[in-house]
Design a protein around this ligand. Structure first.
Ligand code: GLU
Length: 473
């Protein structure tokens, strides 16, 4: 509980959701406690000289679980970062990794800072100093704890973290694997930047591949032309909305941002809105849309799919009753509180849960980590070989039929997969399999009445197995 206003904290929201699944599984109370508690949490306070004045920064790195190593999770830079938030996000990482079968424990880090207040050079100084603290205290290395981008951080910060680790451990040949989400020319992997957003899209597509599920939420037909409202046009929201619009032909009727919302029943052009934000630092004044001052009121507007892709605790007991969508797709971590979740379940609104929906980021991080340990880009060995095989097969086909294969088809078939193709294929496969596992779990047990509980049943089953198999030492 948050002592001031008695609203449950983020971490207690996560725990209450997990407990619902543990009840179904009848997990022994000791094991349940062991799974839910955060293994270790590091708090650091460090001084940095900023424009001739010493400023003290506070940061955290929480390791929620180490049943698999390394522990994995993003690094958040925001003014409102707190220990509770970092612990809740670390716990979500544990469950997320288990749901998509990524063999990592769960971790998360945060730094209390508003990046907009500092120059690029100052951010580098602060990030390098923070990284040194993490390395020294055993919270950053390729084998134990591997950060990644999150809110307020990106490729730039990851490159500084990797470089700091490398300087402190010049003998570690696997140094690049100490962090994921790096720029491609610094050992990153193609497709990591948009991975979480793309994973969200793959999750929605898989849902629509199951007509029974689509009917179950009161919708019909395919994804095309569905009316979607999205909250947050950050890295996750932007890529998800853009792909959905460009590849699936959905209609993005509203975009909710920090300073308000844009609404257009005919659909908004995601790329244009993003460019407008980059230029003006606000959505205010964007042409071709109605501006709504109270942005969050648009969460309550009628739509087919609502995608909260911004912050935690956006749908709470206060507004849950007024939500009018068919399907909520949680692209953000923890956008729906426990109480809101219960209300929405009661109302019959289906939720595709965060621990499944936004697992695309860590999935591609896993590919990047493997690529760093293997010291080779995916597809490097086989790409030309596949291309050659395709050419041989096509010319055999042309000889046998006496007909020429159209150039566009020829180009597609006589082509070896590059890193982009392989990352997308691996991500798509992961999201499809995880959906099916969650769905089957949901269908198999009458006591499981929502997909979130099903997802946590899947996760807890896998995690508790490692406790039972190996024991507690
Ligand atoms: N920050 C992302 C998340 O919340 C990615 C974590 C990772 O790649 O380790 O899932």
């Amino acid at each position: 509980m948050n002592s001031k206003n008695r609203t449950p904290s983020f971490s207690s929201n996560v725990n209450r959701m997990v407990k619902r699944a543990m009840k179904v599984l009848n997990v022994e109370s000791g094991v349940a406690k062991a799974i839910m508690s955060c293994n270790s949490i590091l708090q650091v306070r460090f001084p940095v000289d900023i424009r001739g004045k010493v400023e003290v920064f506070t940061g955290w790195r929480a390791t929620h679980s180490t049943h698999r190593l390394p522990a994995k999770g993003g690094m958040r830079y925001a003014p409102i970062v707190s220990q509770d938030e970092v612990e809740a996000l670390a716990a979500l990482m544990t469950y997320k990794c288990a749901i998509v079968d990524v063999p990592f424990g769960g971790s998360k880090g945060g730094l209390q800072i508003n990046p907009a207040d500092y120059s690029r050079d100052e951010m580098e100084l602060i990030t390098r100093r923070f990284s040194r603290e993490l390395v020294r205290k055993g919270f950053l290395s390729p084998s134990t704890n591997v950060p990644a981008p999150d809110m307020g951080t990106g490729e730039r910060e990851m490159a500084w973290i990797a470089d700091t680790y490398k300087h402190l451990h010049p003998e570690d040949i696997n140094y690049a694997a100490c962090v994921t989400g790096k720029p491609v020319h610094h050992g990153g992997i193609r497709g990591r930047k948009e991975a979480t957003g793309r994973g969200v899209v793959y999750a929605i597509r898989e849902f629509f591949r199951n007509p029974e599920d689509v009917k179950g939420v009161g919708l019909n037909g395919g994804l095309g032309d569905k009316h979607i409202i999205i909250q947050g046009l950050g890295n996750v929201g932007y890529h998800a909305a853009k792909l959905l619009q460009e590849e699936d032909c959905v209609r993005i009727i509203a975009i909710i941002e920090r300073d308000g919302a844009l609404y257009n029943e005919k659909g908004l052009q995601v790329e244009r809105v993003k460019q407008y934000i980059n230029e003006h630092k606000t959505i205010r004044g964007y042409p071709d849309a109605q501006f709504i001052e109270d942005g969050n009121s648009m969460l309550e507007h009628e739509c087919d799919i609502l995608i909260p892709a911004a912050m935690e605790s956006q749908i709470t007991a206060d507004n849950a009753d007024r939500i009018k969508t068919h399907l909520i797709v949680e692209a953000a971590n923890g956008p729906v509180t426990f109480d809101a979740d219960e209300i929405l379940n009661h109302k019959g609104i289906t939720i595709l849960p965060d621990a499944y929906v936004n697992a695309g980021g860590v999935t591609v991080s896993y590919f990047e980590w493997i690529r760093n340990l293997a010291h080779i880009r995916f597809g490097r060995m086989e790409r030309r070989y596949e291309e050659l095989r395709g050419e041989i097969e096509l010319s055999a086909l042309e000889n046998l039929t006496g007909k020429e294969v159209p150039t566009s088809v020829y180009k597609q078939l006589a082509r070896g997969a590059d890193e982009f193709d392989l990352v997308r294929s691996g991500l798509d496969d992961t999201m499809r399999l995880a959906y099916q596992e969650m769905r089957e779990t949901f269908k198999a047990d009458d006591r499981i009445t929502d997909l979130r509980t099903a997802a946590y049943v899947v996760a807890v089953k896998k995690i508790s197995r490692s406790y039972y198999d190996i024991g507690v030492y």
